[in-house]
Design a protein around this ligand. Structure first.
Ligand code: NAP
Length: 342
């Protein structure tokens, strides 16, 4: 516990400040009026000496080394898993809290994995490291939790359609370059994804495991179970990369414990903080990745009963860089400040 008031300024570090998520963290810290006293922008040795923008001013980027965390209250990690593994304990040693966006700490028993609208209480047991779920998992559980609260949850079959920014700057750059190559009539060159992503759809996010699933797919299962505290819930999935800049979508077939009508599901979803329902088939009303870009809400539509069972279909979209990453991480810090935990 801390004696500081929520409005007292905190020293904040953003690790990976030059990356796709780090840039949005910087923007949202200012936009959400997080009580930032000193801001430290950290990245690799490659970026040291360059500048990033925070609250309309330039901040010089420094290399992320242990000493850079002296006196830091919150460190937002938006870098590599390896870096979070080695540096997060350094922050804890110095009395700070690390909020990590990588997968490194997510399933560690001593590390809360938090979506603040769903399991904020898990923060009470933190030991200095808090983990932020995968960008796909966050939108997914945000759409499931309101349903679970009214009808229980048994299983979900899901296909995700994930934006290239979910792979960070290399994914964004690859799509942009291939689009130019195609407009010039050239064959798209591949540097990052295993096959062209422009004008294409790849049934692979991250890399394949020996059992044929991708690493991204398996994260969705285990993270969902941990966040929702439902170790027996059955989630099976195919994660697909699509040539969309920002915004992850998912088609979800949801089996509840008790029957739930589409109307009841719409009501439960609309009443949940951070979720909006966009579902007006008569007027072609459904949410898309373009609609959700730059927004913090998770949008849900196409809610309908399965033709052969009591299961419900839902279509969910969320901004992977905001609620899927930066917004959720900052909400965690806000909740910790509110609870007097840091
Ligand atoms: N993109 C998403 O939608 C999303 C969503 C949820 C979670 N995440 C996770 O968030 C993290 C960042 O992803 P991103 O998409 O922002 O990636 P990115 O655009 O590739 O940016 C990576 C950042 O990490 C820094 N970095 C890399 N190696 C480093 C090192 N050895 N020391 C210090 N800094 C280093 C880079 O700095 P340099 O510029 O100096 O190389 C850059 O600032 C990843 O763990 C990712 O899995 C991403």
């Amino acid at each position: 516990m801390t004696n500081r008031k929520p409005s007292d300024p905190r020293t904040v570090a953003v690790v990976g400040a030059t990356g796709a998520v780090g840039e949005v963290v910087l923007r949202l810290l200012a936009e959400r009026n997080f009580p930032v006293g000193e801001l430290r922008a950290l990245a690799s040795e490659r970026s040291a000496g360059t500048t990033v923008t925070f609250a309309d001013r330039s901040v010089e980027v420094r290399e992320a080394v242990p000493d850079a965390f002296d006196g830091v209250d919150f460190a937002f990690f938006a870098a590599t898993g390896g870096l979070a593994k080695s540096l997060a304990p350094e922050i804890v040693k110095r009395g700070g809290v690390a909020i990590d966006k990588s997968s490194t700490w997510r399933l560690n028993e001593d590390v809360p994995l938090v979506v603040p609208e769903i399991n904020p209480g898990a923060l009470e047991k933190h030991k200095g490291i808090v983990s932020c779920p995968n960008c796909t998992t966050i939108g997914f559980v945000m759409a499931l939790e309101p349903i679970r609260r009214v009808a229980g949850l048994r299983s979900v079959v899901v296909t995700t359609l994930q934006a290239v920014s979910g792979s960070g700057k290399p994914g964004i750059d690859e799509l942009a370059r291939q689009k130019v190559e195609l407009t010039r009539g050239e064959a798209p060159t591949t540097d990052f994804y295993p096959q062209p992503i422009a004008d294409n759809v790849l049934p692979l996010c991250e890399s394949f495991r020996d059992d044929g699933y991708s690493t991204e797919e398996v994260k969705l299962l285990h993270e969902t179970r941990k966040i929702m505290d439902l170790p027996g819930v059955d989630v099976t999935m195919t994660c697909v990369r699509v040539p969309v800049p920002v915004g992850h979508s998912a088609a979800m077939l949801v089996e509840t414990e008790r029957p739930l009508s589409p109307e009841q599901a719409r009501e439960a979803l609309a009443a949940f903080p951070g979720v909006s329902v966009v579902d007006d088939p008569a007027n072609n009303g459904f949410p898309t990745a373009r609609d959700v870009t730059g927004r913090d809400e998770v949008l849900v539509g196409r809610i309908r009963k399965d033709l052969g069972s009591d299961r419900l279909w839902m279509w969910q979209v969320s901004d992977n860089l905001r609620k899927g990453a930066a917004t959720n991480a900052i909400q965690i810090a806000e909740e910790m400040v509110r609870r007097g935990l840091q």
